[in-house]
Design a protein around this ligand. Sequence first.
Ligand SMILES: NC(=O)c1ccc[n+]([C@@H]2O[C@H](COP(=O)([O-])OP(=O)(O)OC[C@H]3O[C@@H](n4cnc5c(N)ncnc54)[C@H](OP(=O)(O)O)[C@@H]3O)[C@@H](O)[C@H]2O)c1
Length: 338
Amino acid sequence: MGAETGFRAIVVDKTTDADGAGHPSASLCTVDDAFLMAGEVTVSVEYSSINYKDGLAITGRPGVARVWPLIAGIDLVGTVEESSDARWVPGDTVILNGAGLGESHHGGLAERARVAGDALVRLPEGISARQAAAVGTAGFTAMLSVLALERAGVSPDAGDVLVTGATGGVGSIAVAVLSARGFRVHASTGRVDELGDYLRKLGAVAVVDRATLGEPGKPLQAQQWAAAVDSVGSVTLANVLAQTRYGGFVTACGLAQGSDLPATVMPFILRGVSLLGVNSVEAPRPLREQAWARIATDLDLGLLDELTCEIGLEDSFHAAEGILAGNLHGRTVVDVRR
Ligand SMILES: NC(=O)c1ccc[n+]([C@@H]2O[C@H](COP(=O)([O-])OP(=O)(O)OC[C@H]3O[C@@H](n4cnc5c(N)ncnc54)[C@H](OP(=O)(O)O)[C@@H]3O)[C@@H](O)[C@H]2O)c1
């Protein structure tokens, strides 16, 4: 594509009302190369995806887009067109998750991107560009959570593992990866009847109604979990901590229920439970490469295809509403050329 050629992008911009208050909103625009920000690598984007954060940005909710106007999309997978970074040459297929994409730097919901070379990861062998986008930030974060548990020494023989928000993007891939590694995974969901079979197909040995975790509970409860992967936060995470066994580990990456944590110190001081934070956005390059290498070997790509739904760029608006309303499950890939 030449420098003068326009390309499609979902752009979040802010309009100011008479009282001076700003209102972000997103629209499908045609922009050109002059619109792009500085970066060493120009990428012809093939796929992006819809994560919870993309839902917030595209629907104009605060907290994700930090500069305006901004191309949305915290993920991209595409082919390098031009590069002044010696690590990347035209023709390379690259993945970028987070690292400010769609937050402070123009994102992946566009046919073209110009980005820094440092957080790019080469597409691992055996996985397609579409599958890498299906993994996206959600799957990358699920793998970071699994790696955090492994670094803590948690192994399948430690006991049962709980995954919350299990039908979501992070949750679905955490269930699939942990089950494939031999963990006995209990999957917590608000959609037991509708999606219980889906979770069992991903490998869950049991499905837990999230209502049992969603209301305030005692500081210490019956010890059930050797470890847990939580993407829900709030009361749910407090209850998960209260149900974790002596010496257990819980990862926290999300806030689907809320960003608060109404817990006590009891699980920490009486049961030696550890809470492990997971941040995909700032993940350093070696950790990105390690996580993507493990995604390529540990994730059943047939299952990934089954939990993936594909949409075109313009459908992102509908999908953004859907992910915030809790109507989606699994992963939604965006073919930005469609
Ligand atoms: N720290 C990081 O780097 C990082 C990276 C990726 C994502 N995240 C965060 O992780 C969370 C999940 O992201 P995602 O992309 O997987 O989103 P998602 O696909 O929307 O999944 C979230 C899931 O949480 C459950 N849920 C939604 N509302 C809930 C509520 N009020 N109470 C309890 N459970 C609720 C739902 O699962 P069920 O229907 O099965 O109950 C939903 O599918 C988000 O908060 C996101 O911002 C953080």
